[in-house]
Design a protein around this ligand. Structure first.
Ligand code: ATP
Length: 315
C-alpha cells in the first residue's frame, strides 16, 4: 500500500460502558446485566483509531473531560499513532455511551454527549491549519451540527467523508461536499424520509424517497439525488453498495465472519475507507478494503479494541 495523505477526523470521543444482557429491557422492566466494561469509543475517536492503527497519518479534533475516561481515550488514540494535539480537555465530563449487548451480537446504545458538546465552530478555529492541510477530512454527527457545517466550509481543498451517523438530516452545504456520504440503511431512510418533506434539496434525480421494495441500488441513487459527490451505503452482513455521482451502483460483499460484537463496525469501515482514500485508492477499492477491516472488527469484542493492525489483515 502507498503512503498516506493527511487525515483529520473531527468528532466525538466517548467512554463506552458495555453491559451484556439477555435481552433489552422494555418499558418498566429491570434486567440484570454483566459487570460493566469501560472501553474507549465514540464515532470520531473510533474512526481515528481505525485509520491510525492501520498506519494512517491521522489527527483527531475533539474534546474530552478532565477525568479518567478522558485519559483513557487520549491513551487509546496515542497508542494508535493518532496526533492528539487537537484533542482538548474541557470543563465537562467525557462523553459516555451505555451499550447493551445482546447474544445475537446486536447492540442498543444511549449516548450522553458531555464534552462532545464543546466541539463547537469556535473551537475549530484553533484547528484551521490542520483542516487546511488535510487530504481527507472525516466528520460524523455526534458533535454539534453547526460544527459539521463549519468543517464543510473550511475543508474545501480536502476530500470530505461525511458519515451521517447517528441518523439525522443534513443541510445541502454539507451534502454537497460529501465524497462519499456514508450511511447504514436506517440512516439512509432518515435522510431520504426528510428529503421527502423538503428538508434537503429536491435534486434533479429521482424523488428523494426509497421506493417500496427496492434494493440498495435504488437507495444509493436516491441518496445521490440529494447532492453528494459519491455515496456508500453499508448493509451489515450484506456488505456495502456504492456509487459516484453519474455512475452505476456497485455492490461489495461482506467478508464472512462469525459475529461476536458489531459495536463500532461502521466506524471501522469509515476509518479504513478514509485511509484508503488518503492513500489514493478509488472508491471501489476503498470499499473493498473497508469491508475487510469491518469484518475483522465484527469478529471481536468492543469498538476500538477490535480494530486490526495491518499484519492481522493479511491472508
Ligand atoms: P454499527 O452501528 O454496528 O457500528 P453500522 O450500522 O454503522 O454498524 P453496518 O452496515 O451494520 O454499519 O456495518 C458496517 C460494515 O461492517 C458493513 O458494511 C460490513 O462490511 C461490516 N459488517 C457488519 N456486519 C457484518 C457481518 N455480520 N459480517 C461481515 N461483515 C459485517
Amino acid at each position: 500500500m502507498g503512503s498516506s495523505g493527511r487525515i483529520v477526523v473531527v468528532g466525538s470521543a466517548n467512554a463506552d460502558l458495555v453491559l451484556d444482557v439477555d435481552h433489552r429491557p422494555s418499558a418498566g422492566e429491570t434486567v440484570f446485566g454483566s459487570d460493566v466494561r469501560v472501553t474507549p469509543g465514540g464515532k470520531g475517536a473510533n474512526q481515528a483509531v481505525a485509520a491510525g492503527r492501520l498506519g494512517g497519518d491521522v489527527t483527531f479534533v475533539g474534546c474530552v473531560g478532565d477525568d479518567d475516561h478522558g485519559a483513557m481515550l487520549r491513551r487509546s488514540l496515542e497508542a494508535a499513532g493518532v496526533d492528539v494535539g487537537h484533542l482538548r480537555t474541557v470543563g465537562a465530563p467525557t462523553g459516555n455511551a451505555v451499550i447493551l449487548l445482546t447474544p445475537d451480537g446486536e447492540n442498543a446504545i444511549i449516548a450522553s454527549p458531555g464534552a462532545n458538546r464543546h466541539v463547537t465552530p469556535a473551537l475549530l478555529t484553533g484547528s484551521r491549519a490542520a483542516l487546511a492541510s488535510a487530504d481527507v477530512v472525516v466528520v460524523q454527527l455526534e458533535i454539534p451540527l453547526d460544527t459539521v457545517e463549519q468543517v464543510a466550509r473550511e475543508a474545501r481543498s480536502a476530500r470530505v467523508v461525511v458519515n451521517a451517523a447517528p441518523a439525522a438530516t443534513l443541510p445541502p452545504e454539507v451534502l454537497a461536499v460529501a465524497d462519499p456520504l456514508v450511511v447504514n440503511e436506517s440512516e439512509a431512510a432518515v435522510l431520504l424520509g426528510e428529503a421527502h418533506h423538503g428538508m434537503v434539496p429536491a435534486g434533479s434525480g429521482p424523488a428523494g424517497t426509497i421506493p417500496a421494495g427496492s434494493g440498495p441500488a435504488a437507495t444509493v441513487t436516491a441518496l445521490l439525488a440529494l447532492g453528494p459527490r459519491s455515496v456508500v451505503v453499508t448493509l451489515g452482513g450484506a456488505g456495502a453498495a456504492h456509487a459516484v455521482a453519474g455512475g452505476r451502483t456497485e455492490h461489495t460483499r461482506a467478508r464472512p465472519v462469525d459475529v461476536v460484537d458489531t459495536t463500532g463496525a461502521g466506524d471501522a469501515f469509515v476509518g479504513a475507507l478514509a485511509l484508503e482514500l488518503a492513500r489514493g485508492a478509488d472508491l471501489g477499492d476503498a470499499v473493498v478494503a473497508a469491508t475487510g477491516v469491518a469484518a475483522f472488527a465484527v469478529g471481536r469484542r468492543g469498538a476500538q479494541e477490535s480494530y486490526p493492525h495491518p499484519h492481522q489483515l493479511s491472508g
